[in-house]
Design a protein around this ligand. Structure first.
Ligand code: CO8
Length: 259
């Protein structure tokens, strides 16, 4: 019998939707799931018919973290040599197309970290975010102490990481972790709608825009501004820049060809 897959994928127009699908384990992120997720992300990133990717889970859980039962007996040499968490976990960060996390229910530990690796988070009103690893005798291991701190600042990051408490969607939005909150029933549709809108824009400009925003987390202000300026200037080599500006001047909608 074929092995059961742990993610489901579908296309809605030019938007690819990847759904984490281990409902009984609240989408705990085991090795197989992360492997399948990486393959799906790479496939959609390479597919010219896909403009944006939505990553989601179930109504109850985006993902309740790394699979605790799978990792509990691992030793240091095993996790170190296997590059546990390493490349397999970072697949989202290598995607050039916009990746939108549509988060409902629990986004805890590795689940919160996975959502934070996406370009932006749209949260359902029942979403709960947290880094509860401290309760397991460990700390976040896939960027939680770093991306969360950059997103919400030291005070709240310390609060969450040291206590392991959860924050609800409203607190997460106030803190700057999520871009918007929508009713649970609409969270995937809203993310797809945003993906479709992005699909009408220039793909090279979008990829550079996300690269430039991400650069803000990696570098000084002066270097970041320099990077942005060079990226901006380089877009004058694209047909899409000519089209976008001509369309504005001619008072008509732009038709971008991703060139
Ligand atoms: N791993 C494995 N199984 C899980 C996980 C998990 N993270 N979370 C939930 N499950 C399972 C439960 O064991 C249970 O299975 P079963 O029915 O077989 O007993 C099922 O999902 C349903 O869970 P609960 O019965 O506990 O549901 P509740 O509604 O009572 O509670 C909670 C929901 C609060 C989300 C609770 O399940 C919970 O606290 N889960 C663990 C959350 C957590 O600690 N996450 C952090 C994990 S560590 C981590 O993510 C480290 C990241 C480092 C980078 C990644 C490296 C790989």
């Amino acid at each position: 019998m074929a092995e059961e897959t742990m993610i489901l994928t579908e296309r809605q127009g030019r938007v690819a939707v990847i759904r984490l699908n281990r409902p009984k384990a609240l989408n705990a992120l085991c090795d197989q799931l992360m492997e399948e997720l990486g393959q799906a992300l790479r496939g959609f990133d390479a597919d010219p018919e896909v403009a944006a990717i939505v990553l989601t889970g179930s109504d109850r859980a985006f993902a309740a973290g790394a699979d605790i039962k799978e990792m509990q007996s691992r030793s240091f040499p095993a996790v170190y040599l296997d590059d546990f968490i390493g490349k397999r976990w970072e697949a989202v960060t290598y995607v050039q197309k916009p990746v939108i996390a549509a988060v409902a229910g629990f986004a805890l530990g590795g689940g919160c970290e996975l959502a934070m690796m996406c370009d932006l988070i749209i949260a359902a009103d029942n979403a709960k975010f947290g880094q509860p690893e401290i309760n397991l005798g460990v700390i976040p291991g896939a960027g939680g102490t770093q991306r969360l701190t950059r997103a919400v600042g030291k005070a709240k990051a310390m609060d969450l990481v040291l206590t392991g408490r959860m924050m609800d969607a409203a607190e997460a939005e106030r803190a700057g972790l999520v871009a918007r909150i929508v009713p649970l029933a609409e969270v995937v549709a809203e993310a797809v709608k945003l993906g479709e809108k992005l699909g009408t824009l220039s793909a090279p400009a979008l990829a550079m825009a996300k690269e430039a925003v991400n650069r803000a987390f990696e570098t000084t202000l002066a270097e970041g501004v320099k990077f942005e300026r060079r990226a901006f200037q380089s877009l004058f080599s694209t047909e899409d820049q000519k089209e976008g500006m001509a369309a504005f001047a001619e008072k008509r909608p732009a038709v971008f060809r991703n060139r």
